[in-house]
Design a protein around this ligand. Structure first.
Ligand code: S3P
Length: 467
């Protein structure tokens, strides 16, 4: 097992290949959209109903933060009763799926109604929470401090701090303004025109949230298209936002109105089961009501090009986003080349794509993905290391991976490196390897996928056990 200093193994699970992998499931509400529904409604005026929100640990960090800032987030249970969103009644504690799809009622504080938090705000493991909050807090008339867990404190914040300071924000941060914790003092923001150095939806969203509070029109240019959930929601909330290709113009001094959001299932969570089903010889899995925003579907395009049998049915719109049911069936995959503008469209899916490539015929190369080195772990190093341990042939490049497909993986011990997507990739490897895979740090799946083990048990009874 490869262990990283910051990511000690807490929970060890063993996963082995089942005879078959079949069934229909609904994955948790989309993490990106859930964050936005919480954060953007918290700074809006009025009350919003959010249905189907995924409340993994990341989104719970967003709820805790907006509550410290004066918004209220309640959970509506199926019997219609309301309780504070983060308090789970005793009757449902211990049900891993309880945070899979939550209905929330959010009372926005209004942009001008936020209050100074008494405590340090803690974004925990969530880059989205940290980057979005930075944009919200930068223009407030009060002091705040923002931090995160060990992994998040290592991730780059300079990319948001630098343009925010150019807008007039008063921010100081650790490591010469590059890392959390950061402290933000009262400031009046002015709009800037800015060329984003990376195609990052978190950076783009941070600057849009700051731009709402600035005087003048904020103009952003993206190097490649990143997911546009923020733009969709801001428009629905009444912001004046013009998008022409990769150029965005947002009017400042804007007030948002609370808006209801129906959150679709998370394609980034569905991805694990889709790849599992393509790789397993006796498999057919359907994931219901998955978000298929074009900014997120790069993996579906690549798996189809690899020969994967994927079928999208029941296509419709839900909450301003396109959704569909997706079925994956046992397939023979072949290697492909992946890079360029495709990368932001499958950014979070590279770990599971690498597993698919490790069992495909031929070689897969992934380029232009250096951004993966600053995610919850260095995902290029971690994926290469763990897949190699399990019997794969993977070479690390500065900006990607070269994966030579083999007919089977042996199995063995894999470590999550404190990274939820690594834990799930290792678990899926167990479902399709000759021998069992021991997954160290299995508890990290909770960051994005509450109910992961519950769904695994449904699709492959008895395949996983806690050691
Ligand atoms: C996210 C954007 C992506 C992604 C992250 C969630 C978002 O990061 O990796 O998991 O919700 O905006 P980038 O900021 O690199 O696009």
């Amino acid at each position: 097992m490869i262990t990283s200093g910051a990511a000690a193994t807490v929970e060890l699970r063993s996963v082995q290949a089942p005879a078959r992998l079949t069934g229909r499931i609904a994955v948790p509400g989309d993490k990106s959209i859930s964050h936005r529904a919480i954060l953007l409604n918290a700074i809006a005026t009025g009350s919003a109903g959010v249905t189907g929100a995924g409340l993994g640990a990341d989104c719970r960090a967003s709820i805790a933060s907006v509550e410290s800032l004066g918004a209220t987030v309640q959970r509506r249970w199926p019997d219609g009763s309301l309780s504070p969103a983060l308090a789970v009644p005793d009757s449902v504690v211990g049900n891993g799926a309880v945070h899979r799809a939550a209905d929330l009622v959010i009372e926005g504080a209004g942009g001008a109604g936020l209050r100074e938090p008494e405590e340090v705000l803690d974004a925990a493991n969530s880059g989205t929470t940290a980057r979005f909050l930075s944009g919200i807090l930068a223009g407030q008339p009060f002091f705040s401090v923002l931090t995160g867990d060990a992994s998040l404190r290592r991730r780059p914040m300079g990319r948001v701090i630098e343009p925010l300071i150019a807008m007039g924000a008063r921010i100081v941060g650790r490591d010469d303004n590059r890392c959390l914790p950061i402290a933000l003092s009262p400031a009046q923001l002015r709009a800037i025109e800015y060329e984003l150095p990376v195609a990052s939806a978190q950076l783009k969203s941070c600057l849009l949230l700051a731009g709402l509070q600035a005087t003048g029109a904020t103009v952003l240019h993206e190097p490649a298209a990143s997911r546009d959930h923020t733009e969709r929601l801001l428009r629905a909330q009444g912001a004046s936002l013009r998008v022409e290709g990769r150029h965005l113009t947002l009017a400042g001094d804007a007030a948002l109105a609370a808006v209801d959001v129906a959150v679709p299932g998370d394609l980034s969570s569905a991805a694990f089961w889709l790849v599992a089903a393509l790789l397993h010889p006796q498999a057919s899995v359907t994931i219901e009501r998955v978000g298929i925003n074009p900014g997120r579907t790069g993996l579906l395009d690549v798996l189809t090009e690899m020969g994967g049998r994927l079928t999208l049915t029941n296509r419709r719109q839900a909450g301003g986003e396109p959704v569909a049911d997706i079925t994956a069936e046992s397939s023979r995959l072949r290697g492909v080349r992946v890079g360029g503008e495709l990368i932001p469209r499958l950014l979070d899916e590279v770990p599971i794509l690498a597993l698919a490539a490790a069992l495909a015929e031929g070689t897969t190369t992934i380029h232009d993905a250096a951004e993966l080195r600053v995610k919850e772990s260095d995902r290029l190093a971690a994926v290469a290391g763990e897949l190699t341990t399990l019997g794969g042939q993977v070479e690390e490049l500065p900006d990607g991976l070269v994966i030579r497909g083999t007919p089977s993986l042996a199995g063995g011990e894999a470590e999550a490196h404190g990274d939820h997507r690594l834990a799930m990739m290792a678990c899926i490897a167990g479902l399709v390897s000759a021998g069992p895979v021991l997954v160290g740090g299995a508890e990290t799946v909770e960051v994005s996928y509450p109910g992961f083990w519950h769904d695994l048990e449904h699709l492959a009874p008895g395949a996983a056990r806690v050691l």
